[in-house]
Design a protein around this ligand. Sequence first.
Ligand code: GAL
Length: 811
Amino acid sequence: MPAIKAILCRVGKLSFLLLVPVLFTLKSSAQVRSIINFDKGWHFHLGDTTNAEQSTFTDANWRVLNLPHDWSVEGTFSKDNPATPEGGALPGGIGWYRKTFTVPVSAKSKLIYIDFDGVYQKSTVWVNGHELGFRPNGYISFRYELTPYLNFGGQNTIAVKVDNSVQPNSRWYSGSGIYRNVWLVTTGKTAIDHWGTYVTTSEVSAQSAKVDLKVKIRNNVSLSKIGIETKIYDALGKIVAAVGNIISKKDQQDSIINFDQVIPLDKPILWSVDHPYLYKIVTQVTVDGKMVDDYTTPLGIRYFNFDADKGFSLNGKHLKILGVCDHHDLGSLGSALNYRALERQLQELKEMGCNAIRTSHNPPAPELLELTDKMGFIVMDEAFDCWEWAKVKYDYHLYFKQWHKRDLEDQVLRDRNHPSVIIWSIGNEIPQQADTSALRIAPDLAAIVHSLDKTRPITTANDRPDTNNKIVKSGAIDLIGYNYHEYDYAKFHDRYPGKKFIATETTSDLQTRGHYDMPSDSIRIWPSRGDDKFVGNADNTVSAYDNVRPPWGSTHEATWKAMKKYNMLSGFFIWTGWDYLGEPTPYSWPSRSSYFGIIDLAGFPKDVYYMYQSEWTNKPVLHIFPHWNWTPGQTIDIWAYYNHADEVELYVNGKSVGIKKKTGDDLHVMWRLKFEPGTLKAVSRKDGKVVLTQKIHTAGKPAKIELNADRSVINADGKDLSFVTVKILDKDGNVVPDASNLVNFKINGNAFIASVDNGDPVSHDPFKADYRKAFNGLALAIVQAKETPGNITFTATADGLQPATITIKAK
Ligand code: GAL
């Protein structure tokens, strides 16, 4: 047993007779709180209907599905869909969900709640015909209590109406439906409240830390003594500290009881982006000696500082925040939350050296924060894309006045225990930056956040960095955020003496994976926002040489160079890590998804990924591009991103065409050559010794398919995924860089194809299909496990090509 640490206890507002610090022996160790995933077996109807909230309604003809579910991504792309191409060109509408379930009579002594992690949007929820409430915000998590309306021992029906019919209501793809998880939570009548703990740490050093846990208990019974015992477990599950408190009280029913425990911890292992060490806090509640609740709170111990001159530091060490902005969609899976899909997004970013995520421009799925805690990302947790003024006609500005307080409070209460959350953002490019109303709203929002968490700075992502910015003028912001305007970084301290600085959004460089226009060294600036003429390639491709940008943006290299120059800059968030559905800037049908990602929608890295990897990781990198399939005699620019070497030599068909070295602040080297078919070989060297070699061969005609599963063993849990990359190869095994063969998929075993993609922002083929054309040589099929273990055989065939089969095991 661990040594019992010093015990401190304060009690909230309530009067008490006795306060006894004690570590008690619990009468029961059984789990008293139950949290059940409630995703399975919902009935769904697309379209409005009458009386569907009533228990007596018959939904037998409705489609049966498991959540999370996004009905938009199942639809057909059309520029006439009211979401517009900016919103992803997919249908919205109204949808109804119903689920019938039983509750045992024995649960009568319990309190039962339903928790929704996110419903897009305007949801109304009923249980047994009784309306529980309405939430307009599509990104917020919320709970309803079911207890008073349940039939114990009988059938119960939850009905949810989701209204995403009034569009456009978003500047990017939102998805529609109950697109995040749903939970059924059962507690006793004395239990820790919803999001009822708050953990902070202080006096953190290598020797010790103070963990401060505030616990809010909701009590519905008469009691004489209530106690809590809190244990801290390390990552191996060992108890490293514990504290217990009992208060005796003459308490009323329907009361709130607050405990405040301060728990010293010896030799804490700190949480950081490189070593995201997590503890777990388990709090047990007793009433008159009997255990009535237990509750887990995540714990990561870290401290950080933003400094006006030196930028950001984590645990006392300087750290540049190397972040990306991402929207919430998961590419071809739409916005339907899937843990593995989200994890894969983060893994690819981590491999690139990225250490931070901005949840643009809304509260994320709770799983994102679980993953960022676990994987080591700093999070800028954002609340709003608009306040009272609209960006698009039917966006959240319609609800802001009535709902902002509730929504912002819920976001902070839900997310404030995550060590990865380091910055709160109360708005992105708020149009009211220019208006005196910001002097009222910004302090109001900041006060809401600070009333619940004072440990993190508040920022806004400003596209008006001048001193007339009313949000900044209001004094509400701890950390001044610039979107773009990197040419203004130098003026920052003259403008805002003594202020702390972060580049909340940068770059917006556009690229199509695998597409290259010559020459590569002139910057192309795309027309301004709102201009719907796609000035560029007739097929809506955009060159992947990091040289095409909108007027407000800048190239990846220019941004990163600026970023390196200024110590005062805490860091930045590139727009964007991954391509996302919607916002195909410039707004250019037939495109229906973005070009901004460092990684395409299917998850295939664009070339610039390796520029970041060469700069941000210690991994040796040599990446040359483009492909080597051109017209003989054509002038081609060959770029190399590299590190750990002082030169790169390029050979064409065995003949050296020159050694190149980066000088000054160069981030790549380039050769300009006349194309001749054959082999391009690059060799990077350090002190004359070969570090890495890369070869690209001119590919012949498509001859065969190659399949690679990212994971060949997955969990038979109905949710896990294997991402299968489909490559079109010539007879010698080279990827054919312009291959667009139509590939058909077949699956045998207990799995199904969740979706398909190829990263092409212009394709209107459905994502929910068992076929996909390759795009620039590649396609993707996402295999989803069912719930029975066994082997899954996945086969890909295409006319005239040698087929391929792989086996994935579900266990
Ligand atoms: C920013 C905006 C983002 C996205 C981006 C595209 O101004 O904050 O949401 O629209 O432009 O470049």
